[in-house]
Design a protein around this ligand. Sequence first.
Ligand code: 6PG
Length: 227
Amino acid sequence: MEVRVADDPHAAASAAAALIARRLRDAVRRRGRASIAVSGGSTPGVMFDVLSTLDVPWAAVTVFQVDERIAPDGDPDRNAVQLHDHLVAATPLRPAQVRLMPVTVARLPAAAERYGKLVAAAAPLDVVHLGMGDDGHTASWPPGDPVIDSPRAVDLCAEYNGRRRMTLTPGPVNAARLRVLLVAGAAKRPMLERLLAGDRTLPVARVRRSGTVIFADVAAAPPLLPR
Ligand code: 6PG
């Protein structure tokens, strides 16, 4: 895993957005289309804001979700709210290009399977954006949750931080051409240190090392990493 350390969270988010934009441009130039799956949480908002200002051929881009909380449309817990407010509303992306996870339907397992088919049709994704929790989770792979070993492309985890979640599993995440892991803040340093030291017990350690770039701010980065 390549690690790029930036001075502060905004600089880390901006550097991540620049790499993502470059990869989306390359994909459209080579294949006429591009796909990205994005995570939620508190960190991505700044990255989406920067990404929305960069040169990206949005008309040829399809946006998927890495994970989504099982909550009503418009609920502030939904990752879709941040995605809309900080990226979709600020770019020419049309609703048909944004494949939101179907988390408000009655039969969630069947909905997860349908979403898995959508992702499979776009595979390999050009970019998967990930965050990391201070417990070492990524996507919605909570520590100890069996979802991380699911044979399905998209599945459901048990309740975590008050919500069940629908999530991509390691299969489609690791099949993507590029993974961008954005980590900011001192609370993340212990887990980032363990990840880089080779601790395979962390959920985030199931992310493929090759083809993954970690963007961290100084606060999250272990002290010996080059700047
Ligand atoms: C979610 C996210 C989750 C996130 C990490 C880091 O639905 O909460 O997808 O996996 O990436 O929890 O979250 P922060 O960005 O808030 O640190």
